[in-house]
Design a protein around this ligand. Structure first.
Ligand SMILES: Nc1ncnc2c1ncn2[C@@H]1O[C@H](COP(=O)(O)OP(=O)(O)OP(=O)(O)O)[C@@H](O)[C@H]1O
Length: 447
């Protein structure tokens, strides 16, 4: 799926870091360089949807870069920034082909307003929403695996997002333009699963009034997801193994074999290896499908995902209901979400969000609107004694200390993200995510 990718050119390192933060938080992908020359090299190696560049830099500078773009990438919009906001500069930049001009200093919203005129934010609708380091690593791995044609076994507890990850792999694979077909092996009656998977000819069984292609054929050229594969009976597992080995399928009651070009993904929330050891799942099928295993941790093991996911789900349901404005989560509601253990994972969070949208009034979702699957009463706002019992009590305190350390170091380093990351011994990317989460919690971060 296309993502908006921006090339940022700025020779002031601290400002560059701050601008990258602003763009990343607004869901844009961003590559940053410190000169127009480096920008030209980057433009030769990859495609960008937009360039944002300083004007006054050593070398050919921003105006030289506008010239280059006009000659080589005329369709890529370039937005310029300069500390010397003279009307002359603005006029010459626009004459040369820049789409617009920002006078420094400017607020992050001003930049984002300008950018959004030329680009749509990254599509998040079908994409997994993640912020926790563990989930980010999983997604990066999934993206790599997507490039190959290997079978992937996606594991994780119920409702953790296995199907979302399967779609993500398909969308990032060479097969993205071809069909993605999912079949839930647990939801289809045992006696129908074989016909549904492999298809059948007219008259193959009572009720087969006309021929019907199976899911394998429907996924031709694309990806087939065998959801909850652990629920398939052993007899059918043997037939599935044969289809995967031979790469061809024969419809029930048919004589013709049909060559297949299908990538197979499977999911399970049970321990398939243990099932195979006990003889409840075919070991040979297990090894054929488990070429690359990917596992979602339970939601409570990736707490940084909870609030971004909740916001995403609020937006999704508000949009589906045709409402123009989505309510925000207030601090107490956020604390309650972070304090819950989420046995039902993201699906439970989805239910909780839907309930909250029914219960809430006004601009905010408050703690009393948060009713988890194990509750049947509307709660009072969290009191001090209750807070002490929350599993995340200690976590919150540590987090608060971390926030103070980050803010103090930012002050000491005059806002230079690079120096802060070095001083704290974390990567610039980790720092960005930590700051993003702090902003999400309403903490003001100096520019
Ligand atoms: N990372 C995510 N980003 C956005 N939505 C998510 C994410 N993870 C899960 N969801 C949403 O949560 C719900 C459950 O996800 P999904 O069906 O992928 O889980 P699952 O692990 O396949 O569940 P099951 O084990 O019951 O088959 C869906 O509505 C899905 O859109």
């Amino acid at each position: 799926m296309a993502e908006a990718k921006i090339l940022l050119v700025e020779d002031d390192a601290a400002l560059r870091e701050a601008l990258v933060d602003t763009l990343l938080l607004a869901q844009y992908e961003c590559v940053d360089v410190e000169s127009a020359e480096a920008a030209i090299l980057a433009l030769k190696g990859q495609d960008f949807d937009m360039v944002i560049s300083d004007v006054q830099m050593e070398g050919i500078g921003g105006l030289g870069l506008v010239n280059y773009l006009q000659q080589h990438n005329a369709q890529t919009p370039i937005l310029l920034m300069t500390a010397f906001a003279t009307i002359d500069n603005a006029v010459s930049a626009i004459k040369l082909g820049a789409v617009d001009y920002l006078a420094k200093p400017f607020a992050p919203e001003v930049l984002l307003n300008q950018v959004s005129r030329y680009l749509k934010p990254k599509l998040i609708e079908d994409q997994p929403v993640v912020a926790d380091e563990r989930s980010l690593a999983l997604l990066a791995l999934a993206q790599k695996v997507a490039q190959s044609d290997a079978s992937v076994m996606i594991m994780g507890p119920s409702g953790s997002g296995k199907e979302v990850l399967a779609r993500y792999i398909h969308q990032h694979s060479q097969r993205a333009g071809e069909p993605f077909v999912a079949i839930n092996c647990a939801a289809i009656p045992e006696n129908m699963l074989e016909a549904t998977l492999f298809g059948y000819e007219k008259g193959a069984f009572t009720g087969a009034y006309q021929a019907c292609p199976g899911k394998f054929e429907q996924a031709q050229g694309g990806t087939l997801l065998l959801d909850e594969i652990s629920e398939m009976d052993l007899g059918l597992q043997a037939k599935l193994l044969r289809v995967l080995q031979e790469r061809e399928v024969e419809r029930l009651g048919g004589r013709k074999t049909i060559k297949l070009d299908v990538r197979v993904l499977a999911t399970s929330n049970r321990d398939l290896k243990a099932m195979a050891t006990k003889g409840d799942f075919r070991e040979d099928l297990y090894y054929r499908i488990n070429v690359f295993p990917l596992t979602w941790p339970a939601l409570h093991q990736r707490p940084a995902d909870i609030l971004p996911l909740a916001r995403h789900l609020v937006l999704r349901h508000t949009k589906a209901a045709g409402l123009a404005v989505a309510p925000s989560l207030d601090e107490q509601a956020s604390r309650r979400l972070l304090g819950h253990r989420w046995p039902g994972n993201v699906r439970e969070l989805d239910n909780v969000v839907q309930r909250a949208l029914i219960l809430q009034t006004g601009e905010f979702i408050t703690a009393k609107d948060i009713v988890t699957d194990t509750q049947d009463v509307i709660l009072e706002p969290i009191g001090e004694s209750e807070k002490a019992n929350e599993p995340e009590g200690l976590g919150d305190e540590l987090k608060a200390q971390e926030h103070v350390i980050i803010l103090e170091t930012l002050n000491q380093c005059n806002g230079s993200r690079k120096q802060v990351a070095e001083k704290l011994g974390i990567s610039a990317r980790t720092l960005r995510y930590k700051m993003a989460r702090m902003r999400d919690m309403g903490i003001q971060i100096p520019a």
